[in-house]
Design a protein around this ligand. Structure first.
Ligand SMILES: Cc1cc2nc3c(=O)[nH]c(=O)nc-3n(C[C@H](O)[C@H](O)[C@H](O)COP(=O)(O)O)c2cc1C
Length: 157
């Protein structure tokens, strides 16, 4: 499950899903549910204002990207908040700019929220780096995302 304003987290999410052997890769904007059959939930989003995005930061990103903004569209923060309880294992990732490197990680905040919802953390939160707000993704990061996805297959066992 992921959100993405400029497409970078979308690309990372698909690479992670490929590493997981072709797991479903779904944008939270479609408000997906999590069935009891799900044993590993991988959640990723862009870091906005040192944390997970909010409606206001997504509106800002949409202004910059020129895409229309829908204030009712959830990001991972709202999607996790609406999950209720979960028993699945989880792993989280984010995308962040490397320069200037600032503290704060959407992946860490998402992990905290998923733990609070009852999830079992299967891996440390992971960051994949982009060059600037619109990207692009650093060279090699999509390969690293695929490899990280493959490690999660093992961690979920
Ligand atoms: C409103 C806004 C706030 C941001 N805040 C941060 C931040 O605190 N730290 C950071 O590393 N990157 C920050 N960024 C850069 C985003 O992390 C970057 O745009 C994102 O990784 C791109 O992912 P996407 O293409 O999936 O939207 C911010 C971007 C926007 C639009």
């Amino acid at each position: 499950m992921y959100e993405s304003m400029f497409g970078n987290t979308d690309a990372v999410a698909h690479a992670v899903a490929a590493g997981l052997g072709g797991a479903p890769c779904v944008n939270v904007a479609t408000k997906p549910s999590v069935g009891p059959e799900v044993d590993l939930l991988v959640v990723g989003g862009p870091t906005h204002a040192f944390s997970m995005s909010r409606a206001s930061t997504r509106a800002d990103a949409h202004r910059q990207s020129g895409k229309p903004d829908d204030p009712d569209e959830p990001g991972i923060r709202e999607w996790i908040g609406g999950l209720g309880g979960i028993s699945a294992g989880f792993a989280t990732f984010d995308t962040r700019v490397s320069k200037p490197r600032v503290p704060g990680s959407a992946a860490k905040k998402a992990a905290k929220a998923l733990k609070g919802a009852g999830g079992r953390q299967a891996a440390e939160p992971m960051t994949f780096w982009v060059d600037g707000t619109p990207g692009p993704i650093h060279d090699g990061e999509l390969d690293r995302a695929r490899e990280w996805g493959a490690t999660l297959t093992v961690a979920a066992r």
